[in-house]
Design a protein around this ligand. Structure first.
Ligand code: UT7
Length: 330
């Protein structure tokens, strides 16, 4: 039976692509030796077990919103767009100081645009991939033309600086991407997202009664090294690609040993010898939802990746949550 009222829908298009990237890090560099003055640890342990040489901690005046706005403005400039070209802002974060207000509305205002759809997504370290998935579908279905996706975290606010199992890992920063419409089906630059959650493992990462981040490191490590490579493979499969088709692998920068385990699995499935694998954790630490866009932006700045490269991104973290997709670099 036909409805009495015909509800018009936006005109769908072939798909989305990345138009620009940007990132932002606080000025303060914190070395392993500095942390070793506070907790019982050492540079050798941190480098060999996690892969981190140094990380950045935000100043009091830096916030999820300010770092995210800086990264977002750079991504817009990189895309050659103005804030008012945006139809939506998605901020992936798990470290806002309070549940409300969200980051996205303030961030949009700060970069110079109001009156557009603005929302936060909290899937912790998987947040950038979730945000990219939602933004790409907003564009594909005609809901939006240009969407800014930001991953921004101030994890230092939530660290127990006397807990050596967490304070040496997590750090602060932001990364952002602008997504826009592909010109044709051949020009689509964002693959379908492969995502999911393992709520049965919720107790392995969380915030305790003192507002400190705690994780069962070994349990999460085992999960990440066995369950995330299949998510990466699923993202490739959904995009109709194989490991040999990708130029760049960007897993969430949680631990260099996890990154290497995922790369090893992809190589065993046919990835090329010249596959570029992100190792931004060495100088940036684990910045949760910011780690993937920040890693890509840093690799681009260092000339390790080029416009047009096919990248496989995959995030994983608290929830537990995970997600990934193929993106063509702008
Ligand atoms: O981003 C969100 C997702 N999170 C992750 O993916 C994190 C996954 N987990 C990990 O990356 C690793 O489990 C950690 C980096 C957290 C820990 O590394 P590990 O190799 O699993 O160490 P462990 O917890 O098994 O500890 C090994 C030893 C222990 O000593 P004993 O019991 O063997 O004597 C720890 O007490 O290392 C000790 N230890 C440390 N030693 C020096 C733990 N932290 C430190 C430290 N410095 N900072």
């Amino acid at each position: 039976m036909a409805l009495r009222t015909a509800i018009r829908q936006p005109e769908p298009i072939a798909g989305a692509r990345l138009l620009g990237l940007g990132s932002s890090q606080p000025d303060r560099i914190v070395t392993n030796d500095e942390l070793a003055q506070r907790v019982e640890t050492n540079d050798e342990w941190i480098r060999s077990r996690v892969g981190i040489a140094e990380r950045r901690f935000a100043a009091e005046s830096d916030s999820v919103v300010s770092m995210g706005a800086d990264a977002g403005s750079k991504a817009l400039a990189d895309a050659g767009l103005s804030p008012t070209d945006l139809d939506g802002v998605i901020v992936a974060t798990c470290t806002m100081p309070t549940p409300i207000p969200n980051a996205a509305a303030q961030l949009a205002d700060r970069i110079g645009v109001n009156g557009i759809g603005a929302m936060d997504i909290n899937t912790a370290c998987a947040g950038f991939c979730y945000g990219t998935g939602v933004a790409a579908d907003m564009i594909r279905t005609g809901t939006a033309r240009h969407v800014l996706v930001v991953g921004s975290e101030k994890l230092s606010d939530w660290l127990d600086m006397d807990d050596r199992s967490t304070c040496i890992i997590f750090a602060d920063g932001a990364g952002a991407a602008v997504l826009g419409p592909a010109e044709s089906a051949d020009d689509v630059g964002v693959g379908p997202v492969a995502w999911g959650a393992a709520g049965d493992l919720v107790s392995t990462i969380g915030i305790d009664e003192k507002n400190f981040l705690r994780q069962e490191g070994q349990a999460v490590f085992r999960w990440a090294t066995t369950k995330i490579a299949p998510v990466a493979m699923a993202a490739l499969d959904k995009a109709g690609l194989t490991p040999a088709d990708i130029d760049v692998l960007v897993p969430h920068q949680a631990n260099l040993r996890i990154v290497e385990a995922i790369a090893k699995k992809l190589r065993s499935e046919g990835a090329r010898d010249d596959l570029v694998v992100a190792d931004d954790i060495v100088h940036s630490g684990n910045t949760s939802s910011a780690s993937i866009p920040m890693a890509i932006d840093h690799m681009r700045g260092a000339g390790r990746v080029r416009s047009g490269d096919v990248a496989l991104i995959v995030g994983f973290g608290a929830g537990l949550s995970y997600g990934g997709q193929v993106v063509v670099l702008p």
